[in-house]
Design a protein around this ligand. Structure first.
Ligand code: NIG
Ligand code: FE
Length: 412
């Protein structure tokens, strides 16, 4: 099926020469074509350019964009979309003054979600997660990473990963699965932490690998959660099964997790709300993509990842939602982009680069997603009538997306 989109006010994030990611000052450049056309065949982008250069193309469908804009879909490289129920009670507790740590000590937090998830059937869990997937697709997300980590025992971790596998099979967007057995220590292992690490390494990992249930492995490397040493043990064991590391790190404290992530060739190091000069230098030594999660900072009222320092160090930066029931009950990447501009002082160009091509890199999807390039997936959204791409972060909270196309097909 050949489709031609004409009279596009501005075609955003056009990369004629493919790039894997953009870093530092290059993030200020967002290539676009004004008054453009876009041509797709089946699920792939086959051509684009200025309306002035439009040749006589034979098409099955002609879509007049009437002065609306086209953006590549968002690439959300960090979510925990498979969860059971909600934690709005904790939200109310936090408003009354309890901290994330105090809530966890009261039996809330990750362990609260784990208890709920363990009691939920795979079918029910799938239904809850599919609603969230449909929600984020309508908000313009075309590729997403989803973590386990609310199971915290072998059968429930596997249950979560099987739900992610089913989502991969049933939805057209690209989905990557991450095994995050090391998200928190179950109460049972409170006084036997190495026992839980052994369970992850000797029981969970072999099963995850046997059924090919994960692309990546993740660890919450943080004070009161997993130490740097425990993180290294898990990453090393997972690598033997071909799982690529990603880590939750520097959300509350800098304990050396970035160095460990970079040394283990982590694909991404995520959170980074707290960042020392040494952490920055460690990031400069490797290829790991720093990932900021501004909706999490917004919701918890914790510091924002210091984007300006990261970009000034000539590093790349990706933006993701962190959609989860505890720290970020939202998967809205439009809000993420707006918050990055408003609170992290990223320019709209930097934020859009971070939420598209750099997000794709953080999922190993840079060859197929993240920009309007020939041969990449025809994943894009048509905006409502807006004066410029800056209007997306400026009009935070508004839904400015009119139509989403995934693999060349409009989502109804
Ligand atoms: O990325 N920081 C660790 N994990 C999640 C929150 C999990 C939860 O509170 O349920 C995060 O913010
Ligand atoms: Fe997270």
């Amino acid at each position: 099926m050949k489709k031609l989109f004409i009279n596009i006010k501005e075609l955003v994030q056009v990369r004629e020469t493919r790039v894997a990611k953009v870093s530092g000052a290059a993030m200020k450049i967002l290539p676009t074509i004004k008054n453009a056309f876009l041509y797709i065949e089946d699920e792939l982008i086959k051509g684009f350019g200025s309306m002035d250069d439009l040749a006589d193309l034979k098409t099955d469908e002609l879509i007049d964009c009437n002065g609306k804009m086209i953006f590549p879909t968002w690439c959300d490289s960090h979510t925990h979309i498979v969860f059971s129920g909600n934690r709005e009670g904790e939200f109310a507790d936090r408003i009354k003054g309890l901290s994330y740590k105090e809530i966890a000590q009261k039996g809330g937090g990750i362990l609260n979600s784990a208890k709920k998830l363990q009691e939920t059937s795979e079918k029910d869990l799938y239904q809850q997660a599919s609603k969230r997937i449909e929600e984020i697709i309508n908000l313009g997300t075309g590729a997403v990473e989803i973590k386990s980590g609310y199971g915290l025992n072998t059968s429930s971790e596997i249950k979560m990963l099987r739900v992610i596998q089913k989502l991969k099979q049933n939805y057209p967007i690209a989905i990557k699965a991450t095994f995050l057995g090391a998200h928190a220590f179950p109460s049972k292992y409170k006084d036997n932490k190495d026992g839980y690490i052994d369970l992850i390494i000797h029981e969970m990992l072999p099963l995850v690998a046997k059924d090919n249930l994960a692309d990546f492995v993740d660890v919450f490397c943080e004070k009161d959660y997993f130490t740097v040493l425990q993180t290294k043990r898990i990453l090393k064991a997972a690598k033997e099964y071909g799982l690529i590391p990603k880590i939750h790190v520097n959300q509350f404290y800098s304990i050396g997790g970035i160095k460990a992530g970079v040394a283990n060739n982590a694909l991404s190091v995520d959170h980074l709300e707290v960042l020392t000069e040494e952490d920055l230098q460690d990031l400069q030594k490797g290829e790991s993509m720093p990932v900021a999660l501004p909706s999490c900072s917004f919701f918890l009222g914790i510091p924002y990842t210091p984007a300006r320092r990261i970009l000034d160090a000539n590093l790349p930066l990706a933006l993701a939602s962190d959609y989860n029931p505890g720290s970020t009950p939202s998967g809205n990447m439009n809000f993420v982009v707006a918050t990055a501009c408003i609170k992290m002082k990223m320019t709209p160009e930097e934020a859009i680069n971070a939420a598209t091509i750099n997000g794709a890199f953080a999922m190993n999807l840079q060859d197929s997603h993240g920009s309007i390039s020939i041969g990449k997936k025809a994943n894009f959204f048509i905006s409502k009538k807006i004066p410029s791409y800056t209007f997306i972060p400026y009009s935070f909270g508004s839904n400015l997306i009119e139509k989403v196309y995934i693999n060349g097909v409009v989502i109804e």
